[in-house]
Design a protein around this ligand. Sequence first.
Ligand SMILES: *Cc1c(COP(=O)(O)O)cnc(C)c1O
Length: 340
Amino acid sequence: MDNEIDWGKLPFGYYPTDYNVRCTFSDGKWGPIEVSQSETINMHMAATALHYGQEIFEGLKAFRGKDGKIRIFRLEDNARRMRESAKGIMMEPIPLELFKEMCIKVVKLNERFIPPYGSGASLYLRPIEIGTSARVGVKPADEYQFIVFVTPVGPYFKGGFQNTKICIMREYDRVAPRGTGRWKTGGNYAASLSAGVKAHDLGYSAVLYLDPKEKKYLDECGPANFFAIKDGKYITPASDSILPSVTNMSLQTLAKDLGIEVECRHITVDELREITEAGACGTAAVISPIGEIDDLDTGEKFIIAKDGKPGKISTILYNKLNAIRLGEEEDTHNWNTIVE
Ligand SMILES: *Cc1c(COP(=O)(O)O)cnc(C)c1O
């Protein structure tokens, strides 16, 4: 059956696999890891996940490398971030070792869905945690379920590494200044849907959100972090309301390795006039290069890529990160977990 999958044409969507793994927290402890073939969850209709948004998730990828080995990229960093998300909305943090064990197990169980080297596709891991206790009064659950499922996803850029157009809209915020932006919660996504759909309808790939307090500084690019190249430096917003992207951290490290200066600081909208490259970064695409940013409120258009092509530094960083994930280049920062 796996021979029938056209890896290169797979979308970034749900494709069923053989197994998922689950673990329940109750009576103050995590239980055994269960292997499931079911695609559904049976839960109480009054579960806190359904009423009060106690839901967090992660997204990471496994690859078949050049040497045939399976690699999971920055597994521990995703595990740590998920613990932070759990603490942020009063959920039970998942022990690092449990997170790792379950991710490795689910990848092995679904080995036949790991796309072959060279296909550009990968196996996407989606860990989720939900509060399952029945509550009507607003209070955190004391029971939780942690599930990791996987799904093969195709190459992000079907037509090659290409520029996209994004927009600034002041009408919507996705998070509050001291709210949940730092954590990967489903609620943040719910809050971004109307702006996202509006942007897509207008022909933009994403919304570049401004800081929700002053609307002066750049924050995030939809479900991805934002970075730009200015005077040869890699600049990226420092903000309490954005999610610390593992991809962004990786790109910063690679930039420093290449002798490129990195600045994490406030970036004003006006500064967009002076940048030479821009990109949205995250696990799905690594970098989605940005050629144009339109401010829908002022009517100003920031044309970043005068020649319409992805920037030089962005392209180098993109290729380098991909090469490390695929085992083509030495993993000097120990980012890959090899699945034996
Ligand atoms: C997941 C996510 C990102 C990207 O994070 P990576 O770890 O690089 O995949 C960026 N912003 C938001 C809001 C996200 O949810």
